[in-house]
Design a protein around this ligand. Structure first.
Ligand code: ZN
Length: 313
């Protein structure tokens, strides 16, 4: 019933109908995945997302610093960010969403590990208690391993976190640097993910999955350049959590019609569709589904298969 309604909504170009179908999101960055209208209502600021492609991650960092970073500072700002993220998730029809905080946040006077967890959970209760939230820890790729150990330890001790992600400049440090940290998180039962193959190569996707024992990959689109890496991902059932509009606006893919998500899907790689940073790129998961259908990348029935995968990730 839900599948039929979702397929009909895609074929009719009906955004509200697409939003009504249950969806999961495994690749979004908390406050940066917030709801534009919700934040405008709370702060009076009309955030204008990107419309033309950037060429570097540094340009995106400059955009966030100029447009939104000040909103999410301090305990109240952090709470606003979390509430905005759950407001967008609710509008987008997400029934399951996976995000959390960078371990570095415990240095930012917004609370200790347990308080950060409680703060996000309180935001969920206030805005969208019906949504299943998967608490995720994050590392930034440029941080020294000794710092990451120090920040991570209280998060593992206080508990409740269920997955781990690594983001930032893919070439800041070799992937091996993070292996002991990932092993510790695996021992604590966390599901392991990392941003790779967005700016890097197919070979780097394969090496990261092997070295860190990843369960899922964030982006990973470069894998489409290699038949053997796609076969490796398919054989090991490693999903790629893909963000098409982010890839376009960061200049990773020139045209949606040519997005490698099609080649990955055809090679048997499990993919999910995600928004990455809805405030920056201006779209949620529902708009991403509609755009892929409109561009002829997938049929509505194929998009329904992908939607159902996102619920069982
Ligand atoms: Zn991301």
């Amino acid at each position: 019933m839900t599948s039929a309604a979702f397929i009909a909504a895609l074929e009719a170009g009906d955004l509200d109908g697409v939003r009504r179908a249950p969806k999961g999101e495994a690749h979004t960055h908390g406050p940066f995945g917030g709801d534009l209208a919700f934040l405008a209502g709370r702060t009076g600021r009309d955030i204008v997302p990107l419309t033309a492609p950037l060429t570097t991650l540094a340009e995106m960092d400059a955009w966030t610093a100029a447009n939104v970073a000040d909103l999410f500072k301090g305990r109240d700002g952090r709470r606003l960010g979390w509430e905005g993220a759950f407001a967008r998730a609710r509008r987008d029809g997400l029934t399951r969403v996976e995000f959390g905080d960078d371990v570095w946040m415990i240095t930012q006077q917004v609370g200790d590990a347990a308080e950060l967890f409680a703060g996000i959970e309180a935001a969920r209760q206030a805005i969208a208690p019906e949504i299943d939230w998967i608490p995720q820890l994050g590392f930034s790729r440029h941080c020294k391993r000794s710092w990451l150990w120090r920040w991570l330890t209280p998060f593992l001790e206080s508990g409740g976190w269920r997955s781990l992600d690594l983001s930032g400049d893919e070439h800041a440090q070799p992937i091996d640097v993070f292996q002991p940290l990932y092993r510790a998180c695996k021992a604590h039962g966390l599901r392991l993910k990392a941003h790779v193959g967005e700016w890097g190569t197919a070979d780097e996707v394969w090496r990261a999955v092997e070295t860190l024992e990843l369960d899922e990959v964030q982006h990973g689109i470069a894998a489409a350049d290699s038949r053997s890496v796609m076969r490796f991902l398919a054989d090991h059932a490693i999903p790629l959590n893909i963000c098409p509009t982010s890839n376009l606006l960061l200049g990773r893919v020139a045209r949606l019609e040519d997005h490698p998500i099609r080649a990955l899907y055809d090679a048997g790689v499990r993919v999910t569709i995600n928004s990455d940073d809805a405030l920056v790129f201006g779209v949620g998961v529902s708009e991403e589904f509609l755009a892929l259908h409109r561009a002829g990348v997938f049929t509505a029935a194929e998009l329904d298969v992908i939607r159902r995968w996102s619920l069982t990730a």
